[in-house]
Design a protein. Sequence first.
Length: 82
Amino acid sequence: MANVVVQPRSDAYTGILIVSLVTLLIGCLLLFLDYNQYGSSTPPAPNVPALRPAEGAPKGGPAAGPVGSGAAPTNGGGAAKQ
């Protein structure tokens, strides 16, 4: 007797796989079309006005650091010793 080989049938998961492949290809096409609209030209430089200090703002350099000597704690990161 000859051995009969039965091919597996396509089920719902095969259909879902085909639908997802088609939607992925459509998404890639739309992404390319969107990207292709920009071309190779560079965008114009933005016209941003210079910043002015706010009324009542302190004059001087950067803000001061935390109060204290500025040294790192010596007791293991600030944990209280017992």
